[in-house]
Design a protein around this ligand. Sequence first.
Ligand SMILES: NC(=O)c1ccc[n+]([C@@H]2O[C@H](COP(=O)([O-])OP(=O)(O)OC[C@H]3O[C@@H](n4cnc5c(N)ncnc54)[C@H](OP(=O)(O)O)[C@@H]3O)[C@@H](O)[C@H]2O)c1
Length: 165
Amino acid sequence: MSAMNEHREKMSAVVTGCTSGLGRSLFNKFSAEGWSVTGCGRRIQLLESLKEDKNADASTVPCDIRLENHVLNLRSVIRAKPGYIDALVLNAGTIGQLPLPAFDQINLMELRRLFESNVFANFNVVQKLLPLMNAKGIIVHITSDASRTPYAGWSGYGASKAAFN
Ligand SMILES: NC(=O)c1ccc[n+]([C@@H]2O[C@H](COP(=O)([O-])OP(=O)(O)OC[C@H]3O[C@@H](n4cnc5c(N)ncnc54)[C@H](OP(=O)(O)O)[C@@H]3O)[C@@H](O)[C@H]2O)c1
């Protein structure tokens, strides 16, 4: 990740869901490697706690990616930074109902919420941020082997990740 773009000083990345888990690690890695990185998530305190050790061009934006106005605000923050997005990491996601329900126990509203987060929210992000992508930039989507392999209890999540794929 340390390569520099010949046309400007810094490479630029966006990481959705940077408050915990993989997204938080990726945000910190991009930041440590000197990228201009923008991360988003809903938990404000966890976004705030990322500020302590990030570089000057790393920023976090409170954003629920399911909401169009939130993603438009995220886009405004990214647009204000120099250059285009080199790497967009679609990491934000949810596993939904826990404990994972057997097929006949899946709540239809919960299933809809799962698709809202794992599918439609990502459509929202890609649609809004595509105009800001570098033509040679990459979009990385964090899927799951459950999208291809049937595991007992994972059908709702797996179906949402399959749709995401
Ligand atoms: N953990 C695993 O074993 C595993 C395996 C295969 C795939 N995955 C996938 O890998 C990705 C990361 O997983 P993880 O284990 O690191 O999960 P995690 O710790 O639960 O983190 C999920 C991140 O997504 C964010 N997020 C969820 N819904 C959001 C929304 N509507 N708007 C904005 N941000 C949202 C959360 O932030 P806020 O709550 O602050 O909004 C959080 O930062 C997910 O897509 C997951 O499906 C995980």
